[in-house]
Design a protein around this ligand. Sequence first.
Ligand SMILES: NC(=O)c1ccc[n+]([C@@H]2O[C@H](COP(=O)([O-])OP(=O)(O)OC[C@H]3O[C@@H](n4cnc5c(N)ncnc54)[C@H](O)[C@@H]3O)[C@@H](O)[C@H]2O)c1
Length: 307
Amino acid sequence: MKVTIVGSGFVGQTTAMRLVERGTGQIVLTDIVEGLPQGLALDLKESAPVEGFEPSIVGTNDYADAAGSDVVVITAGFPRQPGMSRMDLLSKNAGIVRDVVEHIAPASPDAIVIVVTNPLDEMTFLAADVSGFPKERVMGMAGVLDSARLRYFIAEELGVHPASVEAMTLGSHGESMVALPRHATVDGKPLPELVDEATIERLFQRTRDGGAEIVALLKKGSAYYAPSASIARMVGAIAGDTHEVLPVSAWTTGQFGISDVYVGVPARLGRRGVEAIVELDLNGGELAALREAAEGIRAKCADLAKI
Ligand SMILES: NC(=O)c1ccc[n+]([C@@H]2O[C@H](COP(=O)([O-])OP(=O)(O)OC[C@H]3O[C@@H](n4cnc5c(N)ncnc54)[C@H](O)[C@@H]3O)[C@@H](O)[C@H]2O)c1
């Protein structure tokens, strides 16, 4: 596997660390800032004798080094600052994502692209549009992160190990995130049997605001440990051809009554990218919320054409 990470900021560099430590394959870390990816790659390689991994990482400012990538992760772009919504980043990051994809796509025509730059669903649409790649080979990372946040908050509330909590969020990476209490379980028990409705709503609202809570605490930039873990999980599913179902921003073709828009849905991931969207059993309210999120993203994607 050759995995290129574009953007060596906090998300890009922590993703590189996770992937290289896991022995994912050849990792290429890039950025427009001269010396930054080279310095980070060297630092990571120097940790290899201590940590015991293969130092398969190259830091570069030259897109030629990314040629022939199997997976490209796009983290280039501005993060939020306190008080900003992800949507405030739309016009600034659209230019960056367009530029990155124009450089990456011709030299890695068979790559699977994972977009991370915010606003996530809209940047994923843009990357697919600019690359011209089949839509199943372009996807966005947000659902794994939002679900991880929700799982952690449930675990914290109930005092259990986070791994014993299963939960999934769908919809957009933002205000119209769709939480699915009926599908959340703790040690196999449905969440609604363990906590009352007000608690569920509080945990879901904290998840919706999870990114902003960290932005407010950091005061400069946004989260990266949980985002990089989520990206690494998606890369692992693709590289290992695991066919596991993860919530990702994927192109819809009629699933849940939604078509022709990127939105967070459960998707089976493997070496070909999104192999299928899995249609969970959603009730009327959940379906309506998912469709509303999709329409919100569709409207913002239309705005992209004016930028
Ligand atoms: N999808 C998610 O769930 C999620 C989670 C966290 C962060 N994000 C987003 O990821 C992006 C990166 O976050 P971060 O914390 O790493 O930011 P950061 O500021 O630490 O790093 C961004 C990096 O992108 C680089 N860059 C800018 N323009 C570039 C270009 N044209 N080509 C190559 N590199 C370029 C910058 O030099 C910088 O090093 C932000 O847009 C942030 O909002 C998304």
